[in-house]
Design a protein around this ligand. Structure first.
Ligand code: ADP
Ligand code: MG
Length: 263
C-alpha cells in the first residue's frame, strides 16, 4: 500500500463548537483526516485538543457543527457509534489491565463490541488468541517478546504499543492517539513513532496529539494547530518550520500554508 496520503477524506468535522458551561473549548473548528495520513494535533494546554478527539470518539457531543464519515453526515453520540464507524481511540490512560497478559488485554471485552465480531472472537480458544496476537503484533513490528507477560511488568513504550494494537482489532479506518509519547523515553518514543508510521502504511488515517514538535515533524503529514479552541493554523509538515508552528501555538503567528485541504 502507498505511504502517501490519499485524497479521500475519511473523517471530516465542519464548524464544530463545544462548550463546557462558560468555557468555549472548541469554536468553529473544521478538521479532516484522510486515509493513510498522519495529522498531528498540537496546541498549548487547554487549547481543546483532547476535547476535539473526544468529539470524534463519541465521549463528548458537539454543541453545533457536522461530522462526515466517508462523505456522509453521521451522528457520534457515544463511543460505540465511533467504534462502529471505524474510529478507534487510544486515550492517555490506555485502560489496560496490569494483572493480565498481552493476549488477555488485546481480546478483553471484545465480545461486547459487535455481534458479528463477538461471535467469531468468542469461538476463539487460547491458542487461537495467542496466534492472532502474534500475527497482529508481528504485522505492526511491535517490540514485545512474550505475549504471555503481564502488561504491568512492561515498559511504558510496550504498554502504549499494546494499547494501540488493541485498538486495531476492530479494523478501524481512523486511529486517534492522545499523547502516545508523553510519558516515554527516547528509545520507547522511537518505537511508538515507528508504529504510527506502520499504521499509516497500512492505510489508516491517524490523528496524534503531541507536545513534542520533534516527534510531530517525524511522523506527521499535516499539522493542525489549536489555540483557545480555534484553529490557529494548518500546515503541510514538509512546508513549515518548527518556528512557525510554535508561532501558531502561542498566537504570535497564525494562518497556515493552505494544507487544510480546501483545494
Ligand atoms: N469535562 C470538562 N468539563 C469542563 N471543562 C472542560 C472539560 N474538558 C475540558 N474542559 C476545558 O476545556 C478546555 C479545553 O480542554 P482540553 O480539550 O482538555 O485541552 P487540551 O487537551 O488541549 O489540553 C480547557 O479550558 C478545559 O479546562
Ligand atoms: Mg489534552
Amino acid at each position: 500500500m502507498s505511504s502517501s496520503p490519499s485524497n479521500e477524506e475519511v473523517l471530516a468535522l465542519e464548524d464544530v463548537s463545544k462548550s463546557f458551561g462558560p468555557v468555549q473549548a472548541l469554536e468553529g473548528v473544521d478538521f479532516k483526516v484522510r486515509a493513510g495520513e498522519v495529522v498531528a494535533l498540537v496546541g498549548d494546554n487547554g487549547a481543546g485538543k483532547s476535547t476535539l478527539v473526544k468529539v470524534m470518539s463519541g465521549i463528548h457531543h458537539a454543541d453545533s457543527g457536522r461530522i462526515l464519515f466517508e462523505g456522509r453526515p453521521v451522528t457520534i453520540a457515544r463511543p460505540n457509534d465511533a467504534v462502529g464507524l471505524g474510529i478507534a481511540t487510544v486515550h492517555q490512560d490506555l485502560a489496560l489491565c496490569d494483572n493480565l497478559n498481552v493476549v488477555a488485554n488485546l481480546f478483553l471485552g471484545r465480545e461486547e463490541m459487535d455481534p458479528g465480531i463477538g461471535h467469531v472472537l468468542r469461538s476463539l480458544d487460547e491458542t487461537d488468541m495467542e496466534r492472532r496476537s502474534h500475527e497482529l503484533l508481528g504485522s505492526l513490528a511491535v517490540t514485545i517478546t512474550d505475549v504471555r507477560d503481564e502488561v504491568g511488568t512492561m515498559s511504558g513504550g510496550q504498554r502504549q504499543q499494546v494499547a494501540i494494537a488493541r485498538s486495531l482489532l476492530g479494523e478501524p479506518k481512523i486511529v486517534l492517539l492522545d499523547e502516545p509519547t508523553a510519558a516515554l523515553g527516547v528509545r520507547q518514543t522511537a518505537q511508538v513513532l515507528a508504529l504510527i508510521k506502520r499504521l499509516k502504511e497500512q492505510g489508516h488515517g491517524v490523528v496524534v496529539i503531541s507536545h513534542n514538535l520533534a516527534d510531530v515533524f517525524e511522523v506527521a503529514d499535516r499539522i493542525f494547530v489549536l489555540r483557545l479552541g480555534r484553529e490557529s493554523g494548518v500546515y503541510d509538515a514538509d512546508k513549515v518550520s518548527q518556528e512557525d508552528v510554535v508561532g501558531a501555538i502561542t498566537g504570535a503567528k497564525s494562518g497556515g500554508n493552505g494544507a487544510g485541504g480546501e483545494e
